[in-house]
Design a protein around this ligand. Structure first.
Ligand SMILES: Nc1nc2c(ncn2[C@@H]2O[C@H](COP(=O)(O)OP(=O)(O)OP(=O)(O)O)[C@@H](O)[C@H]2O)c(=O)[nH]1
Ligand SMILES: [Mg+2]
Ligand SMILES: [Zn+2]
Length: 298
């Protein structure tokens, strides 16, 4: 499924080696399908597809909705490309939340710092902390003609379904335009978008990097967010989403240590010694607090 446009959706259909995009209607239960879903459909007399069902999902990218329930954004992903930038604002805690979500799905992760042409020292220092984590980190700029970092990013997309996520205005759609020249995906000047308080990309849509090369990979562009969190989970599971806390936590005295006030906590020691950044530890505490409020075990 390429995109759910609310009243209909676009589905990529392949038969006998040829691939086309079919406009389909959904009924009742199928309204919940999301970009990345695999669907079964029939074609009616007018040549319009009707979604009959969707197949079981390998994984889901989800977040809490306004009522604190799980809302699925996209499905069946191999990789999350978490995009950050100095403008509109560099928000490392948001990156931590995407990282935790990806670790818990689980899925592979790439971190991108876009708008390197604008980067300042403070942002670069915090970015260095992320580079100390065991993730692929790529620095890009779509504003510089040579598009630094884009070829490197492309080399990680082969044969995978990846999704671009991050704050509104960090340049997700611009990155996709650099990856697939000629697609002309809509992007918007920040001042305009922010003044009108709206996001340029409004629905998640999937693109093939190179239609001639079936192994080139696919990338889903998704609408930007202001705020993000993993879907509701027990607070005690949050540590699993922080790879540094998870690794140091193996040496804690208590197997179920939550790294809060327990004695002989290896995570607290690692934070004191600067091996885990204090900022990451704070993100962990905040996300735990949030999940304590959101998660209802029924
Ligand atoms: N200086 C600079 N500006 C950039 C860069 N990449 C993108 N921009 C600009 O940032 C603005 C927002 O880019 P978009 O690609 O629309 O951002 P987005 O993340 O897709 O935003 P949403 O669709 O709202 O989530 C546009 O004006 C782009 O031209 C970059 O590397 N450097
Ligand atoms: Mg966009
Ligand atoms: Zn501990």
């Amino acid at each position: 499924m390429i995109a759910n446009l609310r009243y209909h959706c676009l589905v990529e259909v392949t038969d006998n080696e040829s691939t086309k995009i079919l406009r389909c209607t959904m009924r009742g239960k199928q309204k919940g399908i999301v970009c990345g879903d695999r669907v079964e459909l029939t074609i009616n007399e007018e040549g319009i597809g009707v979604i009959e069902s969707f197949l079981e999902r390998k994984n889901e990218l989800a977040r809490p909705n306004m009522r604190g329930r799980k809302e699925v954004l996209t499905a069946n992903l191999d990789q999350l490309i978490i995009v950050a930038a100095v403008k509109p604002v560099f928000d490392p805690e948001l990156i931590d939340r995407y990282l935790a979500t990806a670790e818990l799905m689980p899925t592979e992760i790439i971190l991108v710092l876009n708008k390197m042409d604008l980067a300042d020292d403070k942002t670069v220092r915090t970015w260095e902390e992320f580079k100390n984590l065991p993730y692929t980190c790529i620095e890009t700029s779509t504003a510089i003609a040579a598009h630094p970092g884009i070829e490197e990013l492309k080399s990680h997309l082969h044969n995978k379904i990846s999704v671009l996520v991050g704050q509104s205005g960090v340049g997700k759609s611009s990155i996709l335009n650099s990856l697939i020249p000629g697609q002309d995906i809509q992007t918007q000047e920040l001042s305009k978008a922010l003044n009108e308080g709206k996001h340029t990309t409004t629905v998640a849509s999937s693109y093939i990097i190179n239609p001639e090369d079936s192994l080139s990979g696919r990338v889903i562009d998704s609408p930007g967010v202001r705020d993000f969190a993993p879907p509701p989970i027990p607070a005690d599971d949050v540590a699993q989403g922080f790879i540094d806390i998870r690794v140091y936590g193996e040496a804690c005295k208590f197997r179920d240590c939550q790294h809060l006030r327990e004695p002989h906590c290896a995570v607290k020691v690692a934070v004191d010694e600067g091996k885990i950044s204090n900022r990451r530890y704070k993100s962990y505490r905040h996300l735990r607090d949030l999940m304590e409020k959101l998660y209802r075990p029924y």
